[in-house]
Design a protein. Sequence first.
Length: 97
Amino acid sequence: MGGLDGMVSAANLSWARFDHFSEVARVGQSVTVVVLAIDRDRERVSLSLKDPEPDPLVAFARSRFGEEVPGIVDRIIPPGVVVRLDAGVHGLVPADD
């Protein structure tokens, strides 16, 4: 990008969960990104690989709000149970105190 380094942080790689960066992108791959910030002093550009795609949670919420939906328990964590509802959409069922 004109001699500047661009970086995509882990949080801006994908809407979906991933275990390793290689599941999202590989060296030499051509990608479309959104420029989030430019640091002229450090000559760096913050980028997002996920932002060119719509947030799957927004589309899911618009189409399924108020409905009872099936899900798969993805993991159990101290605040409750994480349930996979759709591709890229997880929800937290809080544990009772």
